[in-house]
Structures are given as structure tokens and as C-alpha cells.
Design a protein. Structure first.
Length: 276
């Protein structure tokens, strides 16, 4: 029979009879739980490795973007410095009003060309900066998505850890139940051993009594004569030999072996049913 859980809850200290197959089923379930626990821990290890790899890639990409942004800022700073230098040259040229107007105009034209080229370079740099900012924003969005995925994985890990703790508690409970059942089995084995010893003692006593009873049987006639069974004759119909059988007479108790009564024997005729 299986475990009566209601009875166990009402009387936790009281023992119950449990079949061996139920204990085997219980052991199989415990083994399945241990195998599931091992697989879950392995999956958690793989997830942690994936998270570590993703984090390293994100940090590397972020460092590269920061390096690129720093280079672009340096270019912009250098361009602004060149523009300031050009403006200073223009100012110097204007201050040199004693030079010929034609020379100054040529110089101004040259400087304006340089300034236009610098402005064009600045515009191109600003377009590149805008493109880089768009890329940075996209990477920031990707980082935010990865952070959300990491948080989701952390939640999954916490959930798995809670499940592992629950399984471990169940395993401990099952192990305690198994130990309790093993103690009950040992107790039953001791009782069985005591019963078997009592049966052996009773069997020995029965053998002794049967030996004593055999002394009261009538002796058989030697070869060529008739046996005791053949000499018994039914007083009612005259049947002899195999038609007469012996059985216990429940009305006559000769002795007791422990609590077992030993009865006298009586003859019964198989033909007419007469007892004598």
C-alpha cells in the first residue's frame, strides 16, 4: 500500500506500512529531480557565460565610440584653431593699410578662399559628427536593449535559483521520508525475524509431539502378514484396508503445544461414512 498522507499529517510519529515498489518509485522521482537540477545548473552556467561575452562586446564597442568621438572633437578643435588663425591673419592684413590695395585684395581673396575651404571642411566635419551622433544614439538604444535583456536574464536566474532551492527542499524532505521508511523496514524485519524464530520453536515442539504420538501407533505385522490399516474393519459395513481413513477427532484433545491443540485420531469408513 502507498503512504496515507492524511494519516501522516494527523499522526506524524506513527509508522505506516509501505510497499517496496512505492519506495522504488519515490527513489526514481528523487533521481529525476537531481537530474533536472543538474541540467538547470548547466543551463544557468551557459547563460552567465553568454551574458559575460555580451557585456565585454558592449564595453569594447563603447570604448571604440568614445575614441572616435574624441578624435572628431580634436579635428573640430583643430579646425576652429585654424579659423581663428585665419581671422587673425585677416585682421593683420587689414592693419597693414599702407600696403597697396591691390595686394591686400589679392591677399583677402586668398584668405577668403582659404576660409571658404575651412568652412566647407567644418561643414563636412559637422555632417560627420551628426552621423556619428546618430550612430551613437543607435548604439545607446542597442545598449539599452542589452541592459533590458540582462535584467530579464537576471530575473530568470533568480527564478531558477528559487526553483533549485524548492527542489532541494523537496529532496531533503524525501530523503527524510526515505530514512523514516528504512527505519520502519528494519523494525518490520526484526519482527519477522522474531516470528520466524517462534515458528521454528513451535515446529520443533510439533516434531517432538509427533514423535511421542508415533509411539502410541499400533505396530505393523511383519512380512507376509497384514498391516494395521488392513486389519481395521468397519463395524457397520465390514469395509477394510484402503476404504478406512484416519483423521483428527476434534472432540478429543490429547495435549497442547504452546496454544496449538493436539487431537486424537479416529477412523472413518469411506463407504458408509461411519466413524469409530
Amino acid at each position: 500500500m502507498g503512504i496515507d498522507w492524511v494519516k501522516a499529517e494527523e499522526s506524524p510519529s506513527k509508522s505506516q506500512k509501505v510497499e517496496g515498489r512505492f519506495l522504488l518509485d519515490l527513489r526514481a522521482k528523487v533521481n529525476d529531480l537531481e537530474r533536472e537540477l543538474t541540467e538547470t545548473k548547466s543551463k544557468l552556467g551557459e547563460t552567465e557565460q553568454n551574458l559575460t561575452s555580451t557585456t565585454e562586446e558592449l564595453n569594447k564597442t563603447k570604448a571604440e565610440l568614445e575614441k572616435t568621438l574624441k578624435e572628431k572633437e580634436d579635428i573640430i578643435s583643430k579646425s576652429n584653431s585654424e579659423i581663428n588663425d585665419l581671422n587673425q591673419k585677416i585682421s593683420d592684413l587689414e592693419s597693414e593699410s599702407k600696403n597697396t590695395i591691390s595686394e591686400k585684395e589679392n591677399q583677402i581673396s586668398t584668405l577668403n578662399s582659404d576660409l571658404e575651404a575651412a568652412n566647407q571642411a567644418k561643414s563636412e566635419l559637422q555632417e560627420k559628427i551628426s552621423s556619428l551622433e546618430a550612430q551613437i544614439e543607435g548604439l545607446n538604444n542597442t545598449i539599452a536593449e542589452k541592459d533590458a535583456q540582462i535584467q530579464e536574464k537576471d530575473a530568470q536566474i533568480q527564478e531558477k535559483e528559487a526553483q533549485i532551492q524548492e527542489k532541494e527542499a523537496q529532496i531533503q524532505e524525501k530523503e527524510a521520508q526515505i530514512q523514516e521508511k528504512e527505519a520502519q523496514i528494519q523494525e518490520k524485519a526484526s519482527i519477522i525475524e522474531e516470528k520466524e524464530q517462534a515458528i521454528e520453536e513451535t515446529t520443533a515442539k510439533l516434531t517432538e509431539v509427533e514423535t511421542e504420538l508415533s509411539e502410541f501407533k499400533p505396530p505393523e505385522i511383519g512380512a507376509g502378514g497384514f498391516s494395521s490399516e488392513e486389519r481395521v474393519t468397519c463395524p457397520m459395513c465390514g469395509a477394510v484396508g484402503g476404504d478406512i481413513k484416519q483423521q483428527e477427532d476434534k472432540t478429543k484433545i490429547l495435549s497442547y503445544v504452546g496454544h496449538i491443540p493436539m487431537y486424537a485420531k479416529k477412523n472413518v469408513c469411506k463407504k458408509c461414512g461411519y466413524e469409530f
